[in-house]
Design a protein around this ligand. Structure first.
Ligand SMILES: *Cc1c(COP(=O)(O)O)cnc(C)c1O
Ligand code: SF4
Length: 388
């Protein structure tokens, strides 16, 4: 159905919903109302593999199934290994528990002083404002609470969160997340951002959202204007594969960028989705063309039933090595492991320093050629004649 390499900024359009009036298609409420949320919905539009079929029956007790029509159109229905379908269509492997997997893989509940706030780092907090998303990623770190399939009954308490931030002058940065904060109505978002802006010690407001990717229709001029008025508000989107970089997403990013919103991207390194150099390179280049700077590439957290999506850490390091130096420096995301048990994000880098010896730092460049630089701590020993 799809050519292997889709052009940059391809119009995914209405696809399977071409009989719908354009104004319905472009209405984000229509997209939400018409999400595919059950085995029956999916099977009416595509043939599932036995693993997916069983996964759809297992999913409702773990993490709700939902795919927006916009995102569903990005799936190659003829390809069982399609990298888009692997992200949102459940598979029976989700029922397999691998060693170390837990409901709260990065220990957020342990660092939560009030419901909805995770305060782990000295100067910034995570503020969870909803447990709903436009569509659900099968590898979601917050599967325990997102969509409420596990009856976690997360009740975001905006007043408690705002009160906590206001009472802690050390908090200079808030990351609004969830769930997806851009699912809030314009009125709610406007009010929330206004309340946050009124806190004098709060310098940075940022939003983590996959809405521009799942539901670009939500990024209306009115939404962009709200972010502009309370700006600077930073937005991190979440793409994993170059096929997600549609003309619709590019237009949404442009509306945000022109409203003064600095854009970043977070990806999760996922087996069968983006675990090869060509895919990652293509993704980062497409992001830059949309004014989006790659920020983090996450190792997949130890979420229950995610073993089939995890990529060996050494492979992740090799993938970063394949980017660094070979392309634009700011196209290269920081590969991180969010440490189990609440250690926070820890960068994992290829090693370019081989040794520090006799006053010299021994380096390898991106082409694997050796170089030296004085370490600056002691007087360097004379270079051997052949290197001088
Ligand atoms: C990721 C995260 C942040 C933000 O981290 P940055 O490295 O500054 O992007 C803040 N708090 C928590 C709990 C987080 O998980
Ligand atoms: S959009 Fe984010 S919060 Fe929502 S399911 Fe995906 S990873 Fe989880």
């Amino acid at each position: 159905m799809f050519p292997q390499d889709l052009p940059d900024r391809w119009h995914s359009g209405q696809g399977l919903w071409s009989d719908i009036p354009a104004e319905s298609w472009n209405d984000w409420h229509w997209q939400l109302r018409n999400r595919l949320t059950s085995l029956k919905d999916l099977e009416a539009r595509m043939t599932l593999t036995p693993e997916e079929r069983a996964g759809c029956l297992f999913a409702p007790g773990k993490l709700a199934l939902a795919v927006t029509p916009h995102f569903f159109n990005l799936i190659d229905r003829d390809d069982p290994a399609c990298p888009i379908r692997r992200q949102v269509i459940p598979r029976i492997e989700e029922s397999v528990l691998s060693p170390g997997e837990t409901p709260d893989p990065v220990g957020e509940d342990g660092d939560s002083p009030v419901p909805g706030i995770v305060h782990r780092y000295p100067d910034r907090v995570l503020f969870l404002v909803t447990d709903r998303c436009a569509a659900y990623c099968r590898y979601c770190t917050r599967s325990r609470l997102v969509s409420n399939a596990q009856q976690y009954d997360f009740h975001p308490d905006l007043e408690a969160g705002l009160g906590y931030i206001a009472a802690h002058p050390g908090v200079r940065d808030v990351l609004i997340s969830g769930g997806d904060p851009l699912l809030l109505s314009d009125e709610k978002l406007d009010k929330l951002l206004g309340r946050l802006r009124a806190i004098p010690h709060l310098e940075v407001i940022r939003i983590g959202s996959r809405i521009p990717v799942f539901l670009p229709q939500r990024v209306t001029p009115a939404l962009a204007d709200i972010l502009r008025r309370h700006g600077p508000v930073w937005v991190n989107i979440h793409t994993n594969h170059p096929r997600e970089c549609t003309a619709e997403l590019a237009a949404a990013c442009e509306r945000l960028a022109l409203a003064g919103v600095p854009l970043g991207n977070q990806s999760v390194l996922l087996q069968g989705v983006n675990d090869d150099a060509e895919t990652l390179r293509s993704l980062t280049h497409r992001l830059l063309r949309m004014r989006v700077r790659p920020y983090y590439l996450y190792a997949c957290d130890l979420i229950e039933g995610s073993g089939h999506l995890r990529v060996p850490v050494a492979r992740g390091v090799d993938l970063i090595r394949s980017l660094r130096g070979h392309t634009t420096g700011f196209a290269v995301p920081q590969y991180v492991i969010d440490a189990p048990g609440g250690g926070g994000k820890i960068p994992v880098n290829p090693e370019y320093v081989e040794a520090v010896r006799e006053g010299w730092v021994q380096l390898r460049n991106y082409e694997d050629r050796p170089f030296r630089y004085p370490s600056g701590e002691a007087r360097p020993s004379p270079l051997p004649a052949q290197e001088a």
